[in-house]
Design a protein around this ligand. Sequence first.
Ligand code: SF4
Length: 324
Amino acid sequence: MPTPELLVKNLKVSFAALKKELIAVRGISYQLNQGEILALVGESGCGKTVSALSILRLIQEPPGKIVSGEIFFAGKDLLKLKKKELQDLRGKDIAMIFQDPMTSLNPVLTIGEQIIETLLRHTSLSRKKAREKSFRLLEQVEIPSPKQKLDQYPHQLSGGMRQRVMIAMALSCSPRILIADEPTTALDVLIQAQILSLLKKIKNDTQMSILLITHDLGVVAEVAERAMVMYAGEIVESGSVNDLFRSPLHPYTMGLMESIPTLETTQQKLSKLKEISGTVPSLSQVPFGCPFHPRCSEAETRCKTDKPKLKKISQTHSVSCWLH
Ligand code: SF4
């Protein structure tokens, strides 16, 4: 049995808006195993980022609120930790990188100062040793001329280099878990491939567990071992990447798969790519029954009134759909 590094149970997150409670995450449960890359996939607004931010309690409260659930890491429920305990854990045991490194890096501090600051906050290293370690971290994330980069400011680096700096900062305290929220979305295809291969290498070298948030199934196929598909705040299908790509079961997952352009998709055939009709429901109008039913070509009468539960189909594969 794989060892769970992180165990999320029945997590529910809501936001207050115009005196209404809008539920963004509707009771999701999953585990992230040691040394694996687990992807959380879905369209914008499906709740994937909110659920990831909840792990480190980075949801702004109010208007956000973690309504219920448990998140276990190292035998502790993160939702019950005191503020100080949580601050000690952030960056040290669980680190996070975001889509746009420019908004996460401080524009008025050099790269070196920012990494050193993280090291001084979480380790007992002296400033001199912290600078030496910062240099080694930049080498580890394959930044050319690392000594020179330490003294540069974020705006002097390209988007790909800034993302490597973010990864170096995330790695600085050797965290057990890395949460990567759309880490390659703002990058061009070539740089995206380099960053993904760097994440894979780091995972293999360190046995770190990575929770990868993405809307891009190409990214999932490239690096993840398992994936969970989210729709309207719920996990509707989960399985090994093999399960999901070879035999998707939920009509939403099938729709996502059919909308991926392949190497065989020529310019002429692009117009024939299938799309999922309709749009993701807004948080204030999540349909009764199966939340996907207004967009589902397989919907039956009961789909409009009864909600299917996530059901295990095999050892690795689960789906919530009345067809299964
Ligand atoms: Fe479609 Fe019904 Fe399955 Fe929902 S439960 S995905 S509406 S067939």
